[in-house]
Design a protein around this ligand. Structure first.
Ligand code: CTP
Length: 410
């Protein structure tokens, strides 16, 4: 049914063009992959390199991947009408991406300095701008850089969060450039008509994955949830213009929005509690443990010390129920062992949630760990059945239902 909605986020990109501003950081090599992905998507990427970027990757590489000449300060401002190159480049693009965006280029963008072709083009550009910062963690966390990023965000620039991880300088921390796939998603979102729908600008918190409840320092009680359904809902909400926070127990590669890693139900409860304080929607797709060990051993439980082991479990907090507050639309999931739609309906009523997504984990080929799902969305306005299809299409149907519910409550 809603396959079109998922595709719809991509369709508006046809025949459009993206200007990729490349400034001089080691992540320039990743910008080559980004340009390749944009070209593959039919987005006619044009590249403008700063003089520093040219020292990392020669324009010829970008030109070959983009199939068009690179704009840079050596060739600009010369030749016929070359003095208008920044204006012409700004006019011809629909979306501008700066990746990698170094501390220096971000500072110039925030201050309105236009001392090279990239920054001059940025100043002349009137469409959506996406920046993918990258630098050493100390430079990234410096108040000057953080102020510049806030200034740009306040002016409507989409700032893609830097990833944590190993940095080229040999240190570890925040400051790694968002992946080319994450940047491509941000570009799709900028083009998506859905970005102006009821979710645009709304804060949506999504949970994903199964929680792990520690038994001792190495063991935990967990479940088989892969986190795929929650990830698909987070991606779909993001593509429709929401400000997404994904709270997850499984790694979320290439996510262009904020990702908070958690482990236990208690961690997840605390994070969801803080994240939903200013949120409009909570989607609890995570498989949260209902019980956890009453006590956790700091060390490791040894085999020789005992013949048998009895674990005493206590109930965890019901995160979905605890999150109830006026103005927060709550979406719960009911993974039932069998076609127990009746149980799901009762759960919706008991938890007082706006929408409840039912699925039968015993049905063939769907549910936990699978790429497909089959769901029934239970809402105040009735029930929507989505026959077996990809989790991405299920996510589109769930986000459709969220949009309908938001319209209804507006
Ligand atoms: N949930 C939650 N906190 C918990 C347990 C579940 O927020 N401690 C959420 C899940 O993320 C899901 C919904 O509640 O969105 C329903 O979860 P489920 O385990 O199916 O329901 P329970 O209320 O735990 O009922 P039961 O396990 O008895 O079926």
């Amino acid at each position: 049914m809603n396959g079109d909605a998922a595709q719809g986020a991509q369709a508006p990109t046809a025949g459009r063009s993206v200007l990729v501003g490349v400034s001089g950081g080691i992540a320039v090599y990743k910008a080559v992959e980004l340009v390749r992905l944009l070209a593959k998507e039919g987005l006619a990427p044009r590249v403008v390199e700063t003089p520093a970027a040219r020292r990392f990757v020669m324009p010829l590489t970008f030109a070959a991947v983009a199939q068009t000449a690179v704009l840079d300060d050596e060739t600009a401002w010369q030749g016929d009408r070359g003095w208008f190159q920044h204006i012409e480049a700004a006019r011809s693009a629909d979306v501008m991406v700066v990746a990698p965006a170094t501390a220096n280029t971000l500072a110039k963008m925030a201050a309105g300095v236009a001392d090279n072709l990239l920054t001059a083009t940025y100043l002349a550009f009137r469409g959506p701008v996406i920046v993918a910062p990258t630098m050493n963690w100390a430079m990234y966390e410096h108040p000057a850089t953080q102020d510049n990023l806030r200034t740009l965000a306040a002016r409507g620039v989409e700032v893609l969060p830097g990833e944590r991880g190993d940095l080229a300088c040999g240190e570890e921390g925040s400051g790694r450039m968002a992946s080319p796939e994450a940047i491509l998603m941000a570009v799709r979102r900028a083009f998506a008509r859905e970005a102006r729908g009821p979710l645009a600008g709304r804060r949506v918190v999504v949970t994903a994955g199964g929680t792990r409840e520690a038994v001792d320092a190495v063991r935990f009680i967990g479940n088989r949830s892969s986190g795929k359904m929650g990830r698909a809902v987070a991606d779909e909400a993001y593509l429709r213009g929401a400000d997404v926070v994904l709270v997850t127990t499984v790694p979320a590669e290439a996510a262009p929005y904020e990702v908070v890693a958690v482990e236990s139900a208690a961690d997840m409860a605390a994070t969801v509690n803080a994240a939903t304080a200013s949120a409009d929607v909570l989607v609890m797709a995570a498989a949260v443990a209902d019980f956890r060990p009453r006590s956790t051993l700091a060390g490791k439980i040894g085999r020789d010390e005992r013949e048998s082991l009895t674990l005493e479990l206590e109930r965890t907090v019901d995160i979905l129920a605890a999150a109830a507050r006026p103005g927060l639309l709550r979406v719960g999931f009911a993974a039932e062992a069998g076609p127990r739609l009746d149980r799901a309906r009762a759960k919706r009523a008991a938890k007082g949630v706006d929408l409840l997504v039912f699925n039968d984990i015993l049905a063939a080929g769907v549910g936990i760990g699978a790429d497909d799902n089959e769901i029934t969305i239970i809402g105040a306005d009735g029930e929507t059945h989505v026959p077996r299809t990809s989790k991405r299409t299920c996510a589109a149907a769930i986000v459709d239902a969220i949009e309908r519910a938001l319209r209804g409550s507006a």
